[in-house]
Design a protein around this ligand. Sequence first.
Ligand code: HEM
Length: 330
Amino acid sequence: MGHNDRVMPPAIGRARSTSTWTNMVAGVFCQVGSSTWTHHDFMARFNKHCGHLIQRGANGSNPIDVGRFVFYMAFNLIGNLMFSKDLLDYKSEKGAKFFYHVGKVMKLAGKSNVADFLPVLKRVDPQGTDTTTSTIEWAMAELLHNPRTLKTVQAELRNHLGYHGRGLEEKDIENLPYLKAIIKEILRLHPPLPFLVPHMAMDSCKMLGYHIPKETQVLVNVWAIGRDPKTWENPSEFKPERFLELNTMDYKGHHFEFIPFGSGRRMCPAVPLVSRLLPMALGSLLHCFDWSLADGVKPEDLDMSERMRITLRKSVPLKALAIPCIDFRH
Ligand code: HEM
């Protein structure tokens, strides 16, 4: 199958795919993903989260639940962009309860029978915090599982930014090709929404020789597309270098062998936001802290199994030790 064979015929869309809806969603996210977010905003909030991380024991002796930390951080970064305030307080009981209940909702919503009866569950936050959390937790897991890659990306960051100087800024991202390649490789190997969001054939159509009747629900398996051995060499291997070679390939919906955000007019409207948020968050965590696995787990023994719900998460939450290695308050 050639790459372009995967183009979805125009008849396959999603209900409510009107131009008003598309324009409205695109308008909101262009605003969110553009000038409203300054470097100062990001660093101030990131540093606040690192402060909490350190208070909660990021001194190399107490393990951190990486997914949980990133969930709080992503929720508050996105909350600040959209509503100009932190939505979760680390210290409050409510924050912990909220994290627990979102996990429960994602578990329930991932069960197709419940989600079929309550379609609203399919839309409870799979597009926001959980996708961002999943990407960063998987990135940290793959890096801790592959210490050489972890060293290489930290060297790239530290050579570029130094140890005692400033924190990561958005303008640096362009000069950090390995960090960008890691994010692409994670989105290929562990796409947070492995079946996108269900689409529907608005008319009968033909696709790859199959007849698809009108109103058939279509799930696009981006997880399998990202691991197709006809496209990717050693597809199950975590190898960010492949994106250094394919450095023109991006996830903006034009390369159908790599569509973690979907493609076409119902693709994720937050791509401009996420393209800034992911490298800034992952890059800052790697620049500011040294990381190792908790509980004496060896890199090669780290459990990398996947848990398929609406979003693709690690079956076993990642526990890691973080030691601050630069003064990130500057
Ligand atoms: C790594 C992060 C993310 C990934 C991989 C991701 C991926 C996706 C995918 C695959 C879709 C469905 C596309 C389709 O079915 O064709 C989607 C839709 C959507 N995403 Fe994201 N997303 C991410 C982050 C976000 C964030 C941070 C937000 C909001 C703050 C967001 C908001 C949305 C919305 C509103 C939709 C629905 C668009 C529509 O129905 O027209 N996403 N996303």
